[in-house]
Write a protein that binds this ligand. Sequence first.
Ligand SMILES: *Cc1c(COP(=O)(O)O)cnc(C)c1O
Length: 387
Amino acid sequence: MQAEHRSTVAPDHPEIGDAGALLTIDLGALADNWRLLAATASGAECAGVIKADGYGVGLEHAARILFAAGCRTFFVALPEEGRRARVAAPGATIYVLDGLMPGAAADYVGAGLRPVLGSIEEIAEWGAFCRLAGDQPAAVHVDTAMNRLGIRIDDAAMLAADGESFAAFTPALVMSHLACADDPDDPLNARQLDRFGTVRALFPGIPASLANSAGILLGPAYHFDLVRPGIALYGGAPRIAGFDNPMRPVVRLEARVLAVHDGRVEETVGYGAAETLVRDSRIAVVAVGYADGFLRAGSSSDAHAGGRAIVAGQPAPILGRISMDLTAIDVTDLPEGAVRRGDLVELIGETITIDEVATSAGTIGYEILTSLGRRYRRRHVGAGIGA
Ligand SMILES: *Cc1c(COP(=O)(O)O)cnc(C)c1O
């Protein structure tokens, strides 16, 4: 009954059901990427950053597969994400990067979460809590160039010297964050490394952490005791363009072809009549759009080429504006009959990387991943037995 129903929907692709697009998440690749980063930073512990629903691939799935691969420390942005990670990876150490929410210290401790204390107020509040509850583990974030979260180096020096601030608790980790690590030639990297050396000396014997994904590639001097990769785990290029990305792709997006039809030269395609056909064309319309996080900025027009798809193994450009639920693709150069209603076309995968999609849309791979749509049929593969 089930098989019969499916066969009427998508005879060649039962896994997509009746959804418009299929998102396949390769957890084996995610684990391999963690192993590669752990080996690259072999003198340090390799954590896993799983904030923002595991960069869009599913926080619980990411936590479970990474823990199975050997990852024991996780970073999330918010306590709610931390509580989800705690359930998925009961044995792990979990840090909350956004720090301590006012009045929430007991909740963090109850949930087994460690705040990354990022202001003098947070350090004072955690200290006051620990005077009553006993020493509880937390990280201290010291800013070395971001002016986002983290206390200033001068303030860190003052707090470390006053004998009060760290009387009730001993930081479990001291960390900072690199601003320009994706560009190895940026002189700010060396300046932050130097400043972090100063920070480290203020907290003797306390584990230290500086590097995100890109920071790992800057070399062993940046690794310290713990590295914190995010984007590279999920297959994103940890460096700016011109770099041969060694990470395995984790995400594959395939959209269903709803219709294939002919258009005539000088007709236009889609909203705003933004793209005019320069020849008689064959057009495949697929069931994905900006409502799925397939960003409208990747549209094509007469003035500006947009992104592309892989159709029947061949590259094929997007035609006209990406709309809410639909995207048109130029399949004129494919052999007659190569693409039919019901086929799947690749929009992200082995050929079209998240970084290529990002470049077409004028953004970064992080935004492509964290925008991945809620309407996709999601399939997690490669977790192996028991993972
Ligand atoms: C998000 C984040 C990371 C991970 O960065 P990637 O560039 O994704 O590797 C590491 N550290 C901090 C403080 C972060 O906010």
